[in-house]
Design a protein around this ligand. Structure first.
Ligand SMILES: *Cc1c(COP(=O)(O)O)cnc(C)c1O
Length: 416
């Protein structure tokens, strides 16, 4: 028999989440989520949906009409775009520089794409020329990229890829989940046809909603497939061409019809998550997107100074580091997991472990969203030093927090 008295009210421990995401949600986002529900077609609800579209157009820096939410975690946004855009047999090219590039390959294969990938060693990113060379060789219909891959802390430059894609008539997508809001992203200026994101990294919300934006060109691709589904075949359709989208939930044609003026019933929009997504965007735009990105750059750089001040090495190409994730090499002779354990249990601070080729070799420390703050950085460095010294690593006394603190003072002096 289930003894219900053994189940207490939810009351999670106080944690400072300084890993690669999720991070602590901004309390204002949590308060927005606590708002009472309204009906799916209540004018206030459809009004909020329209506001969300406007707010995210500003965040994505786009005029794209179809800028909206996919209900689900960031992966739902990725999957909705891929399953809606990729026709079985389409060739896609994926430049892989970390774990999330492999995820794009995996999802594209399930969409029955012919998947071609190119790779660089973890810790590096691609030169635009290497991607163009691969496009010439593979002749893909879509280029699927990751902007910031949290597994390596690297940020792939995207600014030049749109023009390359345009020249070769390739659709251009990026997964910006980890980087969005903390690093520059210019959907229109960079020629992106689709971008997806999530709330739990630089946007300062919980996971569970995936903001996306789609170009007109990509909309046309999706509409053609939707019309096949609806039995409308134009002369342009060859037999078997534009096979129907193999998902109902992730059919972005239907999602557009729900978010558009038709308001055709599809899913029931996840109201509390929409409130969260709206508050995340509102807070950033109130701060000013450029200021938010600059804040991520400041605290990311301060953390780097502090980690170096502790005598630790970092991993990856420093010229292509994400503002919001730092990969720190675990020093020789120090066990990685006990460090994380003491930080969590005795200081309430979470930092990240790592995957694949980097497992056991690096920690990943994040400074993003609500936690891209001076107090979070100084607390984390102070605790990390204490834990390292306790486990026998001879970190310079006070070397971490003082170096970060000096950096903050220097930046403040330079700014005034
Ligand atoms: C964190 C992250 C995701 C996460 O997806 P979820 O479904 O929200 O867990 C996806 N892509 C990238 C690049 C990420 O860093």
């Amino acid at each position: 028999m289930l003894d219900i008295n053994q189940f207490d009210q939810i009351n999670p421990p106080a944690r400072l989440l300084m890993g690669p995401g999720p991070i602590n949600a901004d309390p204002r986002v949590l308060r927005a989520m606590a708002a009472q529900l309204v009906g799916q077609y209540d004018p206030s609800m459809t009004g909020y949906m329209n506001e969300v579209m406007a707010l995210y157009r500003a965040l994505f820096r786009t005029a794209n009409r179809w800028t909206m939410l996919v209900d689900g975690t960031s992966r739902a946004g990725i999957e909705a775009i891929l399953v809606s855009a990729i026709r079985p047999g389409d060739r896609v090219l994926v430049p892989v520089f970390g774990r999330f590039g492999h995820l794009l390959c995996e999802i594209a294969r399930r969409c029955r794409a012919e998947v071609h990938s190119i790779e660089v060693p973890w810790g590096q990113v691609f030169e635009p020329q290497a991607i163009e060379d691969a496009i010439k060789r593979v002749k893909p219909r879509l280029l699927l990229t990751v902007q910031g891959d949290t597994s390596t802390g690297q940020l792939q430059p995207l600014a030049e890829l749109g023009e390359i894609c345009r020249r070769h008539d390739v659709l251009f997508y990026t997964d910006a989940t980890a980087s969005f809001g903390g690093n520059a992203l210019e959907t229109d200026a960079w020629g992106l046809d689709a971008v997806s994101a999530g709330l739990q990294k630089c946007l300062g919300g919980p996971s569970g909603s995936a903001p996306i934006t789609l170009s007109e060109k990509l909309e046309a691709v999706i509409r053609r497939r939707q019309h096949v589904e609806e039995g409308i075949r134009t002369e342009a359709h060859q037999d078997g061409e534009d096979e129907r989208i193999a998902s109902n939930y992730f059919d972005l044609g239907m999602v557009m019809d729900y978010w558009g003026p038709e308001r055709l019933n599809h899913h029931t929009e996840a109201t509390s998550m929409l409130f969260a997504a709206r508050e995340c965007a509102r807070l950033i735009l109130q701060e000013g997107l450029d200021n938010t990105i600059a804040r991520h750059a400041l605290h990311g750089a301060a953390l780097l100074r502090g980690v170096q001040g502790l005598g630790l090495d970092t991993f990856g190409d420093p010229d292509h580091k994400m503002n919001n994730v730092l990969c720190v090499r675990i020093p020789e002779g120090i066990p990685g997991e006990p460090v994380r354990g003491l930080l969590l249990n005795d200081f309430g601070i979470e930092i990240g472990t790592s995957f694949g080729p980097l497992q056991g070799k690096i920690w990943r420390i994040g400074t993003m969203g609500y936690n891209a703050r001076k107090d979070c950085v100084l607390q984390t460095l102070t605790a990390l030093e204490a834990v390292l010294r306790r486990l026998g690593f001879r970190a310079p006394e006070g070397g971490g927090a003082q170096a970060a603190w000096d950096y903050y003072d220097q930046q403040a002096a330079d700014a005034s």
